[in-house]
Ligand binder design. Structure first.
Ligand SMILES: [Zn+2]
Length: 302
């Protein structure tokens, strides 16, 4: 087996992981979420172990759902670094990708506006997000944010629709779907997870991938689920154009597009000035949440 990549990143989300079977499981502090966090940890752990066994020397895992505190690092091989919570920059959320050569995306979901399991882009407040006329999913945005550092997107796992979108946007990315239409009772989690592990290992052969950086200019149209009023409030705040519930953004390059989408989804001009402080608060909240997961489940301790 090839071990062509020595240092890789894992971006881990929960919606497309094996223990998330409904909206409540993706919300913090629900019984379903406690279970989903444990199963997400098991999924990530299987992949981490597989990569290390295959000769990858450095695996860095970014917990990328909600507060960024879902994974229980103590159940993942301690040679991997599990980073909970988000970093301010240089890559939004990720920080410094350091010497990472490739990225694997686990537990992902389809873009806002898709008819798929818990589909959204950034937030479920967005009903539809189109860039130059096409739905844009998070894997494309995250991959592009890593492209200036030479990180190549090699692997993706999520629902079948999410996989199709990933393959359409990023030609050549290896995909491993999770089909939840069979229902939780009939889903064979052990077989699926073993398949995830071997597909992730196989993607280390995907050496032909290049960093994914879509070129501008971009015209994005973001339609807000709650209608005209909230859309106009956000648009006014940042000086974006707005028609009905749709906000439009013009960006010359990807950096500008990503910055504006993050502003639109998460920030106000005031909070943008105190992002590190806000992230700290978010981190405390996330840390508390993880303590609840630990209290509610001892299922991994066998
Ligand atoms: Zn998520």
């Amino acid at each position: 087996m090839s071990n062509s990549f020595k240092s890789v990143l894992i971006i881990a989300d929960i919606e497309g992981s094996s223990g998330c079977w409904g909206r409540r499981a993706a919300k913090s502090m629900t019984e379903e979420w406690y279970v989903a966090s444990v199963e997400m940890t098991r999924d990530v752990s299987a992949v981490v172990t597989g990569l290390l066994e295959t000769g990858v020397r450095k695996v860095t895992v970014h917990d990328f759902h909600r507060t960024g505190y879902n994974l229980l690092p103590e159940y993942i091989d301690s040679r991997a670094r599990v980073l909970s919570g988000y970093r301010h920059g240089p890559v939004p959320g990720i920080g410094d990708p350091d010497d990472a050569e490739a990225a694997l995306f686990l537990g992902m979901h389809a873009a806002s506006g898709s008819n798929a399991f818990l589909s959204h882009t950034f937030t479920s407040r967005i009903q539809q997000l189109e860039v130059n006329g096409e739905a844009m999913s998070e894997v494309e945005l995250f991959s592009a944010s890593l492209a200036p550092y030479g990180v190549r997107p090699i692997f993706f796992s999520g629902c079948p629709v999410a996989c199709t979108q990933a393959q359409r946007a990023i030609k050549g990315i290896n995909c491993y779907p999770i089909d939840k239409t069979v229902g939780q009772q009939r889903f064979d989690v052990d077989a699926w997870r073993a398949g995830l592990k071997s597909a992730a290992i196989k993607s280390l052969n995907n050496v032909g991938m290049e960093p994914h950086l879509p070129t501008g200019p971009f015209k994005a149209v973001v339609t807000m689920r709650d209608g005209e009023k909230p859309a106009q409030k956000i648009a006014r705040r940042w000086g974006f154009d707005c028609k009905g519930a749709s906000i439009s953004l013009d960006a010359l390059d990807f950096n500008e597009l990503y910055r504006d989408l993050i502003r639109l989804c998460y920030l106000t001009p005031l909070t943008e000035k105190i992002v590190p402080l806000a992230l700290l608060w978010y981190r405390l909240y996330g840390y508390f949440g993880l303590a609840m997961v630990r209290r509610h489940t001892k299922r991994l301790r066998q």
